[in-house]
Design a protein around this ligand. Sequence first.
Ligand SMILES: C[S@@+](CC[C@H](N)C(=O)[O-])C[C@H]1O[C@@H](n2cnc3c(N)ncnc32)[C@H](O)[C@@H]1O
Length: 505
Amino acid sequence: MSSGAGEHRLHSKLEEALEIKSLRRIISAYLNYSDAAEEDVKRYERSYKQLPPAHKAILSHIPFKFQRLRRSISVNSFFIMSMLQAFEPPLDMSQDIDIREKEDRDDVCNDHLSGERNFSYGLIPTTSGKTPETDQLYCGEGINMRCKSPENRTSDEGVPVVSKSVSMENTTGLNNAGRNDAMDINCEAGLCSVSDSNGNVCSVQQDWLDPSLQLQVPLADVDKVRCIIRNIVRDWAPEGQWERDQCYKPILEELDHLFPSRSKDRPPCCLVPGAGLGRLALEISCLGFISQGNEFSYYMMICSNFILNQTVFQTHATELSCFYSTEAVGEWTIYPWIHSNCNSLSDNDQLCPVSFPDIHPASVGITEGFSMCGGDFVEVYSDPSQEGAWDTIVTCFFIDTAHNIVEYIETISRLLVDGGAWINLGPLLYHFADAFGTEDEMSIELSLEDVKKVAFQYGFQLEREKFIETTYTANPRSMMQNRYSAAFWTMTKIQKPSKDSPQPT
Ligand SMILES: C[S@@+](CC[C@H](N)C(=O)[O-])C[C@H]1O[C@@H](n2cnc3c(N)ncnc32)[C@H](O)[C@@H]1O
């Protein structure tokens, strides 16, 4: 064996070990959700207990609120557990990883941490490669893989399928209505049981949920789980309709306007980098585009995978009747607003349940070729086969996630076909602007004027622009609303002059 091949194997092993470590941390964050929320409630209780009796008497209803909070936490935890049970890690999560020994060699291997493995899937987010530890706004966590250009997809990709069904044991015949009851969740030695307030128990075996593999995670990681819960409302609940109308509708209308006569035989291809929980990419697919969402965060992908693919569980409804109903719309309930006592008009607002999904993703009429692709946008689409492969690229609340926004714009330009359209909507809340991590973490923070200047340098021409007032994962009932005046534009990549045409002097 050549030393090159040996080194390559070592690098792949290192990548895999780092990815397993990162994924374990994310799964641990999900599993820690319940304990962290319980700690909050205990804190509220301690404060309440310190009140003088006269004040307590006025607020005698507050202990009941704590009970309701606990019930809501267990309903959220039940959803999280169900989602984790359905997740199929792309790697063998039970394998031993001696990450410290490997990290010692990290300095040597660092240059090669760029994801050489290749996974592909239809609606199933699958990931590979680099695992940045960076804390990003909007729950970012890194993964990396290559994606195929639209023409290179095989026919089975882009079809909403789950590769394996989740095996769940229905020990009690807990019905769907039971889902919305308070649940107790226990995980010991990989056997997870979820029980409701009536003592009904469902048990599920997942090796990689074995507590011995779980890590202690910082509270900031658990915050990302809370952020995902809010993103569910944005993308998949009726309560998110206003935000979707502000953000997604103008994009969909613009796509419709730009591609008025879409051919069913050869639909235009649309890429959605930073696709979050996948709703926009799905809507674009329904509009008659071959749509691919690209997403970087395992937090997001575990959740979007569950929501987008849950229809398969319908097929297995008899096996899985413990967990999954035959009706997908409004199937799940969460309490997204329970984690803050601030700015509530009433306790009922804070404790308000939200049901989702508002639509059944597999029955809304997607265009063949819909897929979600995991990994860092710039790396995943660096393959030469991606050049000029996309008719349109849609970025929604995405471009400010860049360390280097110029690189994003350069990549968007490279991926678009000549004459292709870039539709953007979002603010410039640069995610790394306040990064307190490593001192040399790059963050290029340009004004809108400069962003446009850079785009013009990469061959873009501005067609339309305006500002749209909107929020991002806002609680509509809160007294505090962070509003963005989001920039919305359409640019086209102007045709490169052919080699024969006269060059400007
Ligand atoms: C603010 S969220 C917007 C999500 C969605 N577009 C929406 O409007 O709800 C930005 C998303 O971009 C993802 N992201 C950040 N950096 C990324 C990268 N380099 N490649 C792919 N996705 C990335 C984040 O994980 C996050 O889901």
